[in-house]
Design a protein around this ligand. Structure first.
Ligand SMILES: NC(=O)c1ccc[n+]([C@@H]2O[C@H](COP(=O)([O-])OP(=O)(O)OC[C@H]3O[C@@H](n4cnc5c(N)ncnc54)[C@H](OP(=O)(O)O)[C@@H]3O)[C@@H](O)[C@H]2O)c1
Length: 438
């Protein structure tokens, strides 16, 4: 390594520009920022106007040139997408270079392969910016909470959907209208699928679970329901009943007392969920994110802040760069890794079937407004040992009525059995919504 650490930046878009701005203005920041410098930068379009000024000689269209450049000590991947990002990360690792990435899509799918290669090469792959934007959550899970047995991690980890849900709640607006406006304002991508279908949140909860519970997670098995079919009427009914609807990502260890099992059963899901108004996650609005970690002995701790954007995300990327810079100053041997900074699985975990997951439920049923219908629905639930917390009828008219049911905690298997029976009642025209409820 040279006297200061050379950074190879793959990407100079929203996050890359934010990182470059910090590295180019070290005054007033931690002294380690002065110990790193921008060595090479890869972009797709050399002629695109940028809001940060980079010497032309540092720029290239070929990201491999950045990875292979001998003046680059640490590769910072902020280009996004699966390929060529994954191949470039692996190339950097093989060349003995540590990597910092904000790319949750790559880490959620290839994190194990990348961590194994990094450990074999004696380098770090740090991912603070991949979840929660500017919120420090990866390092706390790896280090600050290391003495805990983590029971549950839940959170609002997608800013776009939280912005849409906050506006649906405040203004009674429809999903499609708010999505269109969010796209005009730049809060939502032109192709919003990854956000609104819950896929981005699923990537992030896979990463958080791997760190919280110690084993790698099969990303493809996470039950994922987005907000793309959510109706504004459910957001309004939820409010009347004392709840906010949030896209909640949750990961829970199902066995708390037997840590000696060969594989730890975990329940993971992403779904629109009713959150009681006095719950700390209910007050998280707009593009903000929050992650609630529950552990023993700490109890509950919540991390809250800006979940995206150039500045917040660059703040997290630079924190990782500084961690590597700090360790490099201390290291006497390149094969001696700080075990708290490197990402190692230390046990096996597996995901349980959705039917055995236990949750409270919100249901909206379209029914014929006839005497006794609530009683019949109640009995069908009772027969299947599903206990009801509240059952309320809304909007009775000649066309029918809507019944909203909130259950106590029950397995999704029991819940689905009950719904199958309820569907066949002649007074029930349809099950309009089924959401989770905290
Ligand atoms: N934006 C956020 O708030 C945020 C928050 C957390 C995490 N992240 C993650 O951070 C990463 C970057 O996001 P972003 O919003 O900064 O993306 P972005 O604005 O689209 O920037 C991507 C950058 O990568 C360059 N690039 C893309 N493909 C390339 C290729 N094949 N060769 C060379 N350069 C290439 C682009 O070059 P041109 O500029 O020439 O097109 C651009 O500079 C993603 O993984 C994202 O998920 C973003």
């Amino acid at each position: 390594m040279g006297t200061t650490i050379g950074i190879g930046l793959l990407g100079l878009g929203t996050v890359g520009s934010g990182v470059a701005k910090i590295l180019l203005s070290p005054q007033g920041r931690h002294p380690l920022v002065s110990e790193v410098h921008l060595a090479r930068v890869a972009v797709r379009d050399l002629n695109r106007p940028r809001d940060v000024s980079i010497p032309t000689k540092l720029l290239t269209k070929d990201p491999k040139e950045v990875v292979d450049d001998p003046s680059v000590d640490v590769v910072v991947e902020v280009m996004g997408g699966i390929e060529p990002a994954r191949t470039l990360i692996m190339r950097a690792i093989k060349a003995g270079k540590s990597v910092v990435t904000a790319n949750k899509a790559v880490i959620a799918r290839h994190g194990e392969e990348i961590a194994t290669a990094a450990n074999a090469s004696g380098v770090y792959v740090l991912i603070e910016a991949a979840v929660g934007g500017g919120i420090p959550i990866i390092e706390p899970l790896k280090q600050s909470l290391g003495g805990n047995r983590i029971k549950r991690v839940s959170g609002i980890i997608n800013g776009t959907t939280n912005y849409i849900l906050s506006r649906m709640s405040k203004e009674g607006a429809k999903y499609k209208e708010v999505l269109n406006e969010a796209q005009d304002l730049g809060y939502a991508e032109a192709d919003p699928a990854a956000d609104v279908e819950g896929l981005d949140a699923a990537d992030k909860i896979a990463i958080l679970s791997g760190l919280a519970f110690g084993g790698s997670i099969d990303r493809t098995k996470i039950p994922t329901i987005g907000i793309n079919n959510l109706q504004s009427i459910d957001v309004q009914y939820a409010k009347q009943l004392g709840y906010e609807v949030k896209l909640l990502a949750t990961a829970e260890k199902l066995i708390q007392n037997n840590e000696r099992l060969d594989s730890i059963p975990l329940a993971l899901s992403v779904q629109p969920t009713l959150v009681p108004k006095d719950h700390p996650l209910a007050g998280v609005n707009g593009v903000n994110n929050a992650i609630l970690v529950e552990g023993e002995p700490i109890g509950k701790v919540m991390f809250y802040g800006p979940g995206a954007g150039a500045g917040p995300t660059a703040s997290a990327v630079v924190a990782d760069i500084l961690n590597i810079a700090g360790v490099n100053q201390l290291e006497t041997s390149t094969t001696c890794l700080d075990p708290l900074l490197s990402a190692n699985s230390w046990r096996n975990c597996h995901l349980v079937d959705r039917n055995v997951m236990i949750q409270r439920n919100y249901l909206r049923l379209n029914v014929v407004d006839s005497p006794g219908v609530i009683g019949r629905i109640g009995s069908l639930f009772g027969d299947r040992k599903v206990s009801i917390q509240s059952i309320v009828q809304f909007d009775a008219s000649q066309e029918g009525a809507e019944i909203v049911v909130i259950t106590h905690k029950v397995s999704l298997g029991q819940m689905n059995d009950s719904l199958e029976a309820i569907k066949h009642l002649k007074e029930v025209a349809g099950i309009a919504s089924h959401l989770g409820c905290l």
